[in-house]
Design a protein around this ligand. Structure first.
Ligand SMILES: [Zn+2]
Length: 74
């Protein structure tokens, strides 16, 4: 029973199975990443947003330790 390439429906070739070629395997992988297989398509946050988030977390942690450390001392 021949396996069909999920990308182009040609018979799959062993080294690339279940795809017929490396190109088709990569095309399928690309579709996975772009969320066409039911993966929730959460938009990538901007790196600026990530930086802001990291800063906020770092600040919160810092404040948390500061508050903890200063409680009872003053
Ligand atoms: Zn193919």
């Amino acid at each position: 029973m021949a396996v069909q390439c999920p990308t182009c429906s040609k018979p799959a070739e062993k080294p690339h199975s279940p795809f017929c070629s490396r190109r088709c395997a990569q095309a399928d992988l690309g579709r996975w990443f772009s969320g066409q297989y039911g993966v929730p398509s959460a938009e990538d946050p901007d790196s600026a947003d990530l930086e802001a988030l990291e800063e906020a977390i770092a600040e919160a942690l810092e404040n948390g330790t500061v508050i903890k450390g200063s409680f009872g001392r003053q």
